[in-house]
Write a protein that binds this ligand. Sequence first.
Ligand SMILES: *[C@@H]1O[C@H](CO)[C@@H](O)[C@H](O)[C@H]1NC(C)=O
Ligand SMILES: *[C@@H]1O[C@H](CO)[C@@H](O)[C@H](O)[C@H]1NC(C)=O
Ligand SMILES: *[C@@H]1O[C@H](CO)[C@@H](O)[C@H](O)[C@H]1NC(C)=O
Ligand SMILES: *[C@@H]1O[C@H](CO)[C@@H](O)[C@H](O)[C@H]1NC(C)=O
Ligand SMILES: *[C@@H]1O[C@H](CO)[C@@H](O)[C@H](O)[C@H]1NC(C)=O
Ligand SMILES: *[C@@H]1O[C@H](CO)[C@@H](O)[C@H](O)[C@H]1NC(C)=O
Ligand SMILES: *[C@@H]1O[C@H](CO)[C@@H](O)[C@H](O)[C@H]1NC(C)=O
Ligand SMILES: *[C@@H]1O[C@H](CO)[C@@H](O)[C@H](O)[C@H]1NC(C)=O
Ligand SMILES: *[C@@H]1O[C@H](CO)[C@@H](O)[C@H](O)[C@H]1NC(C)=O
Ligand SMILES: *[C@@H]1O[C@H](CO)[C@@H](O)[C@H](O)[C@H]1NC(C)=O
Length: 740
Amino acid sequence: MWFSILFAAFGAIATVAAEQDYHQPTSKGFRMQHGFEAVLVQPFGYDGFRVRAWPFRPPTGQEIGFVYDPPLEGPEGEAHGMSFDTAFLGNRTEELRNGNMIVRTSGWGGNPGGYRLAFYRVEGNGSETLLTNEYAPLKSINPRYYSWKGPGSEFTAEFSFSTTPDEQIYGTGTQQDHIVNKKGMTIDLINYNTHIPTPVFMSNKGYGFVWNMASTGRMEFGQLRNRFTSDAATVVDYVIVAATPGDYDTLQQRLSALTGRAPTPPNWSLGYIQSKLRYENQSEVIQLAEQFHERNIPVSMIVIDYQSWAHQGDWGLDPRLWPDVAKMSEKVKQLTNAEMMASLWPSVADDSLNYLEMMARGFLSATRSGPGTTDSWNGSYIRNYDSTNPGARKFLWNTLKRNYFDKGIKNFWIDQADGGSLGEAYENNGQSDYIQSVPFPMPDALYAAGTQSSVGKLYPWAHQQAIEEGYRNESSTKTGTPCEYLSLSRSGYIGSQRFCSIIWSGDTTAVWETLGAQIASGLSAAATGWGWWTLDAGGFQADPTVPWSANIDTPQYRELYVRWFQWTTFLPFMRTHGSRACDVQHGYTCDNEPWSYGEKNTPILLSYIHLRYQLAEYVQALFSQLQRTGRMIMRPLYMDFETSDARVAEWTRQNNNVTTQQYMFGPRLLISPVTVPNVTEWSVYLPQTQTAGNQTKPWTYWWTNQTYAGGQMVKVPAPVEHIPMFHLGSRADIMNGDVF
Ligand SMILES: *[C@@H]1O[C@H](CO)[C@@H](O)[C@H](O)[C@H]1NC(C)=O
Ligand SMILES: *[C@@H]1O[C@H](CO)[C@@H](O)[C@H](O)[C@H]1NC(C)=O
Ligand SMILES: *[C@@H]1O[C@H](CO)[C@@H](O)[C@H](O)[C@H]1NC(C)=O
Ligand SMILES: *[C@@H]1O[C@H](CO)[C@@H](O)[C@H](O)[C@H]1NC(C)=O
Ligand SMILES: *[C@@H]1O[C@H](CO)[C@@H](O)[C@H](O)[C@H]1NC(C)=O
Ligand SMILES: *[C@@H]1O[C@H](CO)[C@@H](O)[C@H](O)[C@H]1NC(C)=O
Ligand SMILES: *[C@@H]1O[C@H](CO)[C@@H](O)[C@H](O)[C@H]1NC(C)=O
Ligand SMILES: *[C@@H]1O[C@H](CO)[C@@H](O)[C@H](O)[C@H]1NC(C)=O
Ligand SMILES: *[C@@H]1O[C@H](CO)[C@@H](O)[C@H](O)[C@H]1NC(C)=O
Ligand SMILES: *[C@@H]1O[C@H](CO)[C@@H](O)[C@H](O)[C@H]1NC(C)=O
């Protein structure tokens, strides 16, 4: 503890010194006119630049975006707006420096004049390293390429940047691909259930990039060119920031200063969250709380899933099944001290209590051909509420407040939040029995803020914002300050971490392969800046081709469940959820409690719930670090070991499973979830730690206390009750919340 105070004080002094030495921006920015297009470049935050480009019509500066102006940290005190102090034509070389970063215009083929932007980092010895430049091989299309595909003034933009075959790309939101290094990938910027593509990445060359656009489109990470496409835009907007290669904590600090710092979650939320598809009525929930009480099992939140309403879009519990909501939440609190959360869908069916009023007030999304439905689900045609309309957000919140919040259910699960449709437009209107994988794009939804093409990526973010605004209004607090309550969202976007909102990995299947894929997904979420991340322990739903999948009475699924569940102890939030089958009952609403997996497994599951509470100080300390500096909680190995261990760097490049399946939970715990059945021992790679005076820190296996040197693959016993995990430093330091 004494040491950590010393380091903390030392850190503060170092920051002040660095700010005094900071190379102040050499200008407020420049505006380059290049034929019919203009490019505005401004120094932005520490060591960064913001670029906006447009053909013909200048933007207003009020376009939808996700970066703070001014950033939360930086040399400048005030907003930049559209300001600049130098204007010129694209036939001359211009240069601008901010901190350790330089932007310079250049031409092609040795031409001294230039319309292309190139970004450099200034090294400690004064030399410059090219990070990336706008990519345009001789006599090819312009790196800033515009085309007009519709009848209006919106254009499609394709911007290309140079890369090298050895560059590594981390982040890009979440996919289900076992991949941490996204080099070589093409990723559509369209949201689906379990896919939240987001154009934020960190490069191993020591820079971070934010494509600050609300539109759908595409990201391509090729051998020589990275390309970002926006389907419909009126201005192109991106930000690039630099740091020393390998210093990912500084990159995350810089990026989160632009896009948002995660607030600290309420301490109660860091325990165990109980959920399943689904607790069907008030008496079932009270009985559940009684079970936790009688068994003396800690639980921090109990969750009510969908279909608990009379009609989609009522945003209230069906009174026939939930006659006294206030009494229920009070009883749950009294028995367990747990908070409650309820699911809401964005969909409003035409028999909903709210449909007519919302339609009359313009609060429902429409389609480009009229006010039609945007999807259907289980026999009801629906239109989604329009999260981009501030009035609709307020209407939603007021309804939730009246029906839930004021009755003691204060946390909201914003399910199906992907936007466009219910997020599953690849199915036949949400019903997959006849046609799977419909071969046309998301419905042609229209919102107050624009079309699905131009602002579709805003939808889930604005939906998170609705709950955030509601909470903040309720408590008279501001975004960024500690959260009292939270939401859980199936989607998100650039800077979603600024809200009191957890992102989870969506409706996963209950098989081993999917368990493995979640690890890389969580590591990409972290690199994107989302520190509040979780998943459904056990997977959400059965894989129809696997007979035992999600069946709690089979030994195969029980084993998978125990492995998956033990892993969730080492996620930012520990949560179970899913649709379960069993032998005694038809359907998929069987039990999913810690005691539902057989006598032999119950004590194992409970031991992890207890371990989670024992780790409370450590987890809280990780969240407060995340709040202060953006330092990530789930840490891909490259974040801590890229510079100390050449194998980690190389294996990350290859997406070797050591780097897609092992990670650090904070600075002290190395976690390697078991991802295959029938395991009794497990191979784990222990990275070489930083050397200090030629001493490397040893790793201790949690379950035996045996110590190992870093830089080797070791085989350890891993019976089903033990998740493979190692620690650095003493166990007492961890239990005391020492995260230095
Ligand atoms: C750029 O073009 C303008 C307009 O033709 C001209 O006045 C200026 O001298 C040119 N600058 C350079 C560096 O060639
Ligand atoms: C300056 O520093 C950079 C980065 O550390 C290094 O790559 C380069 O070789 C150095 N140049 C000289 C001349 O020392
Ligand atoms: C949460 O726990 C931490 C560490 O024990 C403590 O410092 C903090 O004050 C707590 N926060 C609240 C809101 O109780
Ligand atoms: C509540 O749900 C449970 C589980 O489906 C069911 O057994 C019970 O009959 C229901 N009770 C009421 C009052 O609806
Ligand atoms: C569909 O709705 C009916 C009631 O209309 C309900 O009984 C059924 O459980 C629903 N199906 C699903 C999959 O939710
Ligand atoms: C929060 O309060 C502001 C200011 O009164 C209001 O404009 C906004 O609509 C409120 N938001 C919600 C979701 O209630
Ligand atoms: C990585 O893959 C190898 C070969 O398939 C396997 O033996 C090993 O257990 C895997 N390691 C992890 C951490 O998943
Ligand atoms: C697990 O091991 C048992 C006994 O060795 C074997 O019968 C079973 O087929 C194995 N299961 C899998 C999924 O490999
Ligand atoms: C570390 O080891 C190297 C090579 O073995 C040696 O030259 C150096 O003096 C050592 N440094 C310290 C601080 O012990
Ligand atoms: C390992 O050490 C911890 C204390 O650091 C102790 O509580 C635990 O019982 C030890 N485990 C074994 C297997 O010796």
